[in-house]
Each structure stands twice: as structure tokens, then as C-alpha cells.
Design a protein around this ligand. Structure first.
Ligand code: NAP
Length: 344
């Protein structure tokens, strides 16, 4: 099967992630008749520009599934939980951007550069990781060739588009109101995000971490096939539109060579090294937004911990953090001839 022969449904096609998936498919020249945009009943009939054509948004119905080969779900957990099993029963491969299936032992959680081979054992549903996990595991996968990784400390700087379209509007509205010293509304987040940052992404758990932080820990272990790696995370929301950044401190078992680390990162598919501090070159969210790669810079030997490297990364959360990774999983399935569900 050729990628352009695959009929793809996108549930959530009007949202932050789904609309980028459409843009990526358009850029790849995927035929308009092979795309079915789906959203809530509120959006039924809405027109989405695709090449010079209008794609008409549909609401989800079982009959729609009969004409699809694959479906990318970028909607809500409830939609994934309800519709993914129905789609699989109809013979449709599901790639889910949400979190509900990620830690399910019968669902592969895949970043193709790291564990593309895991699509081999899918039983109909394949999950993409949290948007902060994907760039993290790519960097760790590149660097574990130096020496095994003992411990990782991460702080994230997460853009508002990670919370969907409503959060982007909230950032704009609050910022505008604050500039003009006017009252503002707080709808999406627990605190104002205009001119502010807060260490609170998703709900707090009993261990003092947040759900988002524990997702990064558990998902990374699953993708890297490494239960021993110790990861501690603090997730922070920042007033940035697109692209999550992360500050990493990575401790290895043995002493590691910085030049070798930079070479491994430079050679890794999907990573671009932007590291020339003499010329103020390091990645920012504005550099990585709209780009496919994970951008890495400020790569240095850590001065506080032996055998450790510190670095900084920035990655478009809507592209490699979600929709691009989902499309790449689909490509991986086709490459490995694993689109069919008949042999499961
Ligand atoms: N944003 C990110 O960086 C990111 C990264 C990784 C994973 N994800 C995951 O991707 C998913 C989508 O996130 P998002 O940021 O794109 O959210 P979003 O901007 O809020 O978009 C949500 C989409 O879901 C659709 N939807 C809502 N209720 C529906 C229903 N009953 N039936 C069908 N469609 C429905 C919406 O359609 P209407 O327009 O009609 O309401 C909209 O297209 C979430 O599971 C999120 O956790 C997001």
C-alpha cells in the first residue's frame, strides 16, 4: 500500500493539533478525496481549505468509518475511549494523540525514530506520546549510545497551544487587557498566563508531581524500553504560543565526551543542533515553531554532577509533539506492511 492510497479520517480536524495534521498532509500532497475531516456536531458542514478545494467537516458516525483505512484522533479522551474500539472493529487502524491508551500494555506508544519497531505488535490502536515526552526520548535515545543513562532532571517551558485552541485565545486576550490595565477573564488555566508563568500543568497527584510530569516519566520508560532510568520533571506553563522547550540534566553511568555527544545529536534523524553560543545561537520557541525537528543547544558538561551533560531543546508541540508524529506512525505502518488488522 502506498501512503497516498490511504484514506485518513481526522477526528478533531478543526482543533489545534488536527488542523496542523491537515496542513502537513496537504504539504505532502495527500489527495483531498483521501481525507475525511471530522469534528464535533458544532462544526458539521464547516469548510476547511485543502489545496484549492473545500473539505466539508463531518460529525462522527459509524458509517463514516467504513470508508476509512486509518483514523487520527486529536479530540478528547472521551472521544478516543468511545470511538477507537469502534473504529478498530470496523477494520480501521487508529492513531491516537490523546493520553488514554498510552500506558495500556496492548497499545504501542511510538516515536518512529526511537521505537518504530513497536508498531509491529499493534492490535489496532497506536498511541503518540505527550508532546513533552517525544523530544525528550529522542534526545535520550541519541545520547544513550554514549553510555547508559542513570538519571534525568527536566524542567519544561510549555506553550499554551499544548492546551488547545481556547488557551491561545486566553493568552492573547489577557495580554491585551493587561497592557491596557483592563480587567481580564481566567477560563482555561488556574492562574493568569498573560505576562506570567506557573509550575502547574495538568492536575496535582499525591506524590507532589503533576499528571503531566508523571506522563513524561512513565511514557519515556515505555518508549525507551528502560524501566531503570530515573527521571524527575517539573512542568511549567509559559506565555508562548507554539513550541515547548525543556532544560535537561542527563547523568550517565560513565564519563562521556562532549564532542561525541554533539555528534550523536547532530547525526540523529529528526534532531537539529543549534549550538554556537559565541554567536548567540541556541533554539527558541520562535525558531522551532512551524518546523519538524527537535532543536537542541546549550550542550555542555554539567559542573554540579559527575558524568552529566546539560542541554536545552525546543520542539513544535503541534508538529513533532503530536500531528507529525502521528503521520510518521502511519508511514511506519505502511513501510512495515502493518496496516491490516486481519492477522491480529
Ligand atoms: N495541543 C497539543 O500540543 C497536543 C499535543 C499532543 C497531544 N495532544 C492531544 O490532542 C488532542 C487534541 O488536542 P488539541 O490541542 O488539538 O485540542 P483542541 O484545539 O481543543 O481541539 C479539539 C478538537 O476535538 C474536537 N471535538 C471536541 N468534541 C468532539 C466530539 N464530540 N466529536 C468530535 N470531535 C470533537 C473539536 O471539534 P470542534 O471544533 O467542533 O469543537 C476540535 O476539533 C487532545 O487529546 C490532546 O491531549 C495535544
Amino acid at each position: 500500500m502506498n501512503f497516498h492510497d490511504v484514506t485518513i479520517g481526522i477526528i478533531g480536524a478543526t482543533g489545534a493539533v488536527g488542523s496542523v495534521a491537515l496542513e502537513l498532509l496537504e504539504n505532502q500532497g495527500h489527495p483531498p478525496e483521501k481525507i475525511v475531516p471530522i469534528a464535533s456536531p458544532r462544526s458539521e458542514g464547516k469548510k476547511l481549505k485543502y489545496f484549492s478545494q473545500d473539505l466539508i467537516v463531518r460529525k462522527i458516525e459509524k458509517e463514516l468509518l467504513d470508508n476509512l483505512d486509518a483514523i487520527i484522533i486529536s479530540a478528547t479522551s472521551q472521544i478516543s475511549e468511545k470511538w477507537a474500539p469502534i473504529a478498530v472493529k470496523s477494520g480501521v487502524v487508529v492513531i491516537d494523540d490523546g493520553s488514554v491508551f498510552r500506558m495500556n500494555s496492548s497499545v504501542p506508544l511510538v516515536v518512529p525514530e526511537v521505537n518504530g519497531q513497536d508498531v509491529e505488535w499493534h492490535t489496532g490502536i497506536i498511541s503518540t506520546p505527550n508532546c513533552t515526552t517525544t523530544p525528550l526520548v529522542m534526545v535520550l535515545d541519541a545520547l544513550r549510545k554514549l553510555s547508559s543513562i542513570k538519571r534525568v532532571n527536566v524542567s519544561t517551558y510549555q506553550a499554551v497551544s499544548g492546551t488547545g485552541s481556547r488557551a491561545r485565545t486566553e493568552l492573547i486576550n489577557q495580554t491585551r487587557s493587561m497592557i491596557f490595565d483592563q480587567d481580564y477573564r481566567i477560563d482555561v488555566y488556574p492562574k493568569p498566563i498573560g505576562f506570567n508563568i506557573f509550575p502547574h500543568v495538568d492536575d496535582f497527584l499525591e506524590n507532589g508531581y503533576t499528571k503531566e510530569e508523571m506522563k513524561m516519566v512513565n511514557e519515556s520508560r515505555k518508549i525507551l524500553h528502560d524501566d531503570q532510568i530515573r527521571i524527575s520533571v517539573t512542568c511549567v506553563r509559559v506565555p508562548v504560543h507554539i513550541s515547548h522547550s525543556e532544560s535537561l540534566q542527563i547523568e550517565f553511568t560513565d564519563n562521556v565526551n562532549l564532542k561525541e555527544a554533539i555528534k550523536l545529536l547532530s547525526d540523529y534523524s529528526g534532531i537539529t543542533v543549534m549550538d554556537d553560543t559565541e554567536n548567540d545561537i541556541y533554539p527558541t520557541p520562535l525558531d522551532s515553531a512551524g518546523q519538524d525537528d527537535v532543536f537542541v543547544g546549550r550542550i555542555r558538561k554539567d559542573i554540579a554532577i559527575d558524568n552529566a551533560i546539560s542541554l536545552w531543546l525546543s520542539c513544535d508541540n503541534l508538529r513533532k509533539g503530536a500531528s507529525l508524529n502521528a503521520i510518521q506512525i502511519l508511514e511506519e505502518l505502511i513501510k512495515r506492511d502493518r496496516m491490516g488488522l486481519n492477522e491480529l
